[in-house]
Design a protein around this ligand. Structure first.
Ligand code: PGA
Length: 250
C-alpha cells in the first residue's frame, strides 16, 4: 500500500512570523494523521519553519534550487545549502517556474540529479496546458515530461521521487480536473514508469495530484486508485483548511 503525501506549496507567500504562527496552529490539528505532511515554504521561511516543526510530524521542503554545486550564480540557492539546514524535500519544475523562469525538461532533470546527490527528495511537477489537453495531447506531454525528468536516475532514486501531476489549467483557477481525469492521467504516468523501470518501481512511486485541491474536493481525488495525495497551493495558506485536506480520511 502506498502512503498518502499531502504537501503545501506556499509559493511567494508568508513572512517568517506568519510561518511560525501557521505551524503552531497546524501542528495539533494533524499530529495523529498517518499521512505524510510537507510544507514547501519560501527560502526566507525555511530556517524558522525547520526550528518550529522540531518534534512534530511536519516536514519541510523548498520550492526550487539550482543544479550547480556552487559558483557565480547570483541569487540562486544550491542543494547543499538546503540540505545543510535540514531541508528534506524540494519542488522541482513547477509549472510557474517552467512558464516564468524558463525551466525546461533538461534543467529539471539536472536539478533532480543534483537533489539526489545531496540527499534531498524531489517533488517533480508535470502537467499539460489547456491547449494541449484540448488537442488530445495531455498524456503524451505528461509522460514525456516524466520520462525526461527521471532520465539517468537509478531505480531506487526513481522510487524515491515524488511526482506531482498538475494540469496547468487547474492551478489557481478554481478548476479542478475531475477525479476520473486526474486518476487516468496519473495512471498513464505510472504505466510509463512501470514500462521503463519495472512494476516494482512504478507501483510504489508516489504520484500526487495538484491544481485547486481544497477540503471540498480532496476526498474524492485522494480515494481513487492511483492518486497518492496532493500538492496544494492556495488552500495550504490556511491552517484549518490545510488540516482538513490532510485529514481527508478521518
Ligand atoms: P493551487 O496550486 O492549489 O493554488 O491550484 C497548486 C500548485 O501550484 O502547486
Amino acid at each position: 500500500m502506498r502512503r498518502k503525501v499531502i504537501a503545501g506549496n506556499w509559493k511567494m507567500n508568508m513572512l517568517p512570523n506568519e510561518a511560525i504562527n501557521f505551524i503552531e496552529e497546524l501542528t495539533p490539528l494533524v499530529s495523529d494523521t498517518k499521512n505524510e505532511v510537507i510544507l514547501c515554504v519560501p527560502y526566507t521561511d525555511l530556517f524558522y519553519s525547520l526550528l518550529n516543526v522540531q518534534g512534530t510530524n511536519i516536514k519541510i521542503g523548498a520550492q526550487n534550487m539550482h543544479w550547480e554545486e556552487k559558483g557565480a550564480y547570483t541569487g540562486e540557492v544550491s542543494a547543499q545549502m538546503l540540505k545543510s539546514i535540514g531541508v528534506e524535500y524540494v519542488i522541482i519544475g513547477h509549472s510557474e517556474r517552467r512558464q516564468y523562469f524558463n525551466e525546461t525538461d533538461e534543467t529539471v532533470n539536472k536539478k533532480v540529479k543534483t537533489a539526489f546527490k545531496h540527499e534531498l527528495k524531489p517533488i517533480v511537477c508535470v502537467g499539460e496546458t489547456l491547449e494541449q489537453r484540448e488537442a488530445g495531447k495531455a498524456e503524451e506531454i505528461i509522460t514525456n515530461q516524466t520520462e525526461k525528468a527521471l532520465e539517468g536516475l537509478t531505480d531506487e532514486q526513481v522510487q524515491n521521487t515524488i511526482i506531482a501531476y498538475e494540469p496547468i489549467w487547474a492551478i489557481g483557477t478554481g478548476k479542478t480536473a475531475t477525479s476520473e481525469d486526474a486518476n487516468n492521467a496519473i495512471k498513464a504516468i505510472r504505466d510509463k514508469i512501470c514500462q521503463i523501470y519495472g512494476q516494482n518501481v512504478g507501483k510504489s512511486i508516489i504520484i500526487q495530484y495538484g491544481g485547486s485541491v481544497k477540503s471540498a474536493n480532496c476526498k474524492e481525488l485522494f480515494t481513487t486508485s492511483d492518486i497518492d495525495g496532493g500538492l496544494v497551493g492556495g488552500a495550504s495558506l490556511d491552517p484549518e483548511e490545510f488540516a482538513k485536506i490532510i485529514n481527508y480520511d478521518k
